[in-house]
Design a protein around this ligand. Structure first.
Ligand code: B12
Length: 488
């Protein structure tokens, strides 16, 4: 018996299919005995682990770990498990061990870290554990050798999602729990139609994990999986979690044509430059197929900063797209990485001005404000911050308040970001998001929306972002009045 554990990563209202756990389950399905334990659904996963151990025993605990809340939840679960069942190997896979393999292995309760695409590495590790216990040749694996020293094996070549079986949704304890209302529909599911990303943006945590590689599943398979989800679980909408859903126009067009008969509304991530190249006909086909909102990393309003980031787009392309996409009835969601380490103040000022230009061109455009937090990068971290930041050396340290707040970007506490600039960024975010409350918040009542809009009107018009106490108060009031979702 293999236990696949997906520690709690989010609030119940944001719960989605645990795609990473399902990807590993897919290659075990029909061949191995396994069970999925998901902390996003199971309120007491430690008890469930004990019950499984009592009833069946298990030869391995395989844990999926993303940085942030999921990592913080994984630590006590695995520590406790190791104490009770010291002979059962514990394996971590996912973005956390892929980015921080050494820190992962510094935990006495983790034996193996699987980096990058995990399916084949996991199967090879399983075979090695059952047989000769030789781990040196398993690509994508990090482990401790007989002397307790950390070994990071070579990278594994990436395979297409088409090479692996479909996610076995029916093996989740209660698949129904993952299909929840969103702004897209009453019953929204998630899907990941590719792996990796071919770009090498210097602020992005995907690059060190997938090294600028990407593979996409064929449109036929995507449509077949979504048809299955519609038939079995009655979904009416889907969020694509791909880093890059749109690359080749021919692929996007075929995808759109295959999705159209399903009548789903959908959200996905794309690139500004790629979508600008698409013809009007393709854009219309995307809209017809249900494209409702598309997320774009606009990142900055300065071409110098964009070049430093290696983003490979220009600010004028973003403006052009913001205006053009409007005519097709698709809402763009632009995300910005604030706080260029060389000039955080100037960068913040310029990016705020740029966002105001976008809003003029397309008031419906949604704005995501992110604080730049670096991740280790093979090409060097954006902002030349090498030596200015030292990452934690253990999962416990990553789970501490200081580093947790860093990871979730609430309070990154960066040596190059003065507190006053951080506050300016947060204040601007509050004003712009009150002036145009996101359509994604379906629990925001109409009166709350109207109140936020009218309270922020003068501030946005005059560009006064300082001390927005009344907006903080209004946001708190509105969220107190939202329906309680913890019990969903
Ligand atoms: C879905 C998602 C979430 C969901 C999680 C939902 C859930 N079901 O649990 C939510 C919304 C909660 C989330 C939150 C965050 N996320 Co997130 N998220 C993603 C996203 C979009 C998809 C992940 C996914 O499901 N992939 C599909 C699966 C199949 O792929 P995979 O996870 O890579 O799994 C493969 C391998 O990693 C490996 N593997 C994974 N687990 C395991 C386990 C074992 C045992 C093995 C052997 C192998 C293995 O094998 C799998 C198959 O090949 C990724 C971006 C992306 N497109 O990957 C970001 C991403 C993982 N998130 C990231 C981050 C940072 C966060 C946050 C911590 C911060 C933030 N603001 O975004 C927040 C936390 C917010 C908070 N609560 O405060 C980063 C991580 C890298 C980094 N920069 O540090 C990513 C890469 C986004 C990015 N570009 O920066 N996230």
């Amino acid at each position: 018996m293999i236990i696949i554990l997906h520690p709690r990563a989010t609030k119940p209202k944001n719960r989605r299919f645990p795609l990473a756990a399902l990807a590993i389950a897919a290659v075990l399905e029909g061949k191995e005995e396994y069970v999925i334990v998901d902390g996003n659904v199971d309120p007491q996963p430690e008890r469930t682990l004990d019950r499984i151990m009592r009833e069946t025993g298990a030869e391995m605990l395989a844990v999926s770990v993303m940085p942030g809340p999921q990592m913080a939840a994984a630590v006590p679960l695995c520590r406790d498990f190791r104490q009770k069942y010291p002979r059962v190997p514990v394996v971590w896979g996912g973005y956390f061990p892929s980015l921080y393999a050494d820190a992962t292995l510094n935990a006495p309760y983790v034996d193996f870290a699987i980096r990058g695409q995990g399916e084949d590495t996991f199967l090879e590790l399983l075979a090695a554990l059952r047989g000769p216990r030789k781990f040196g040749g398993i690509r994508g694996l990090s482990y401790k050798d007989d002397f307790g020293l950390r070994v990071n094996n070579a990278e594994r070549p990436m395979r297409s999602p088409d090479d692996f079986p479909w996610p076995p949704y029916h093996r989740l304890a209660n698949p129904e729990k993952y299909i929840l209302p969103t702004f897209l529909g009453r019953r929204t599911a998630v899907h990941h139609a590719s792996i990796g990303c071919p770009f090498r943006c210097k602020f992005c945590g995907v690059v060190p994990v997938h090294e600028g590689r990407q593979r996409m599943e064929g449109p036929e398979r995507t449509a077949a999986i979504l048809t299955h989800l519609q038939r079995e679980y009655d979904i009416d909408s889907v969020q694509f979690y791909d880093n890059n859903f749109f690359l080749k126009e021919s692929h996007a067009l075929e995808q759109a044509e295959r999705l159209t008969p399903l009548g789903l509304r959908w959200w996905a991530e794309g690139r500004v430059d790629a979508m600008l190249r698409y013809s009007d006909q393709t854009m219309r086909a995307l809209r017809r197929s249900g494209a409702t909102m598309i997320f774009f990393g606009a990142e900055s309003g300065s071409d110098k900063v964009l070049a430093e980031m290696n983003k490979r787009i220009t600010s004028s392309q973003t403006l052009e797209l913001a205006a053009r996409i409007r005519q097709f009835g698709i809402v763009p969601e632009f995300s910005f990485v604030f706080g260029n380490p060389a000039d955080p103040e100037g960068d913040t000022r310029d990016t705020i001005q740029f966002i105001r230009r976008i809003k003029k061109l397309n008031p419906e455009a949604e704005i995501i404000v992110q604080h730049y937090i670096p991740t280790p990068h093979p090409d060097g971290m954006y902002g030349d911050v090498e030596g200015k930041i030292e990452f934690p050396r253990t999962p416990e340290e990553w789970a501490s308040e200081r580093w947790y707040n860093f990871t979730v970007r609430h309070d990154p506490n960066l040596p190059w970001l003065p507190q006053a600039v951080k506050e300016q960024i947060d204040n601007f975010e509050l004003v712009v998001n009150s002036r145009w409350p996101t359509i994604q918040d379906i629990h925001l009542p109409r009166w709350g929306r109207n109140m936020l809009r009218s309270l922020s009107l003068w501030r946005y018009a005059l560009g006064v972002y300082k001390f927005p106490f009344e907006l903080q108060w209004a946001q708190r009031l509105v969220s107190l009045r939202k329906p309680r979702l913890e019990s969903l």
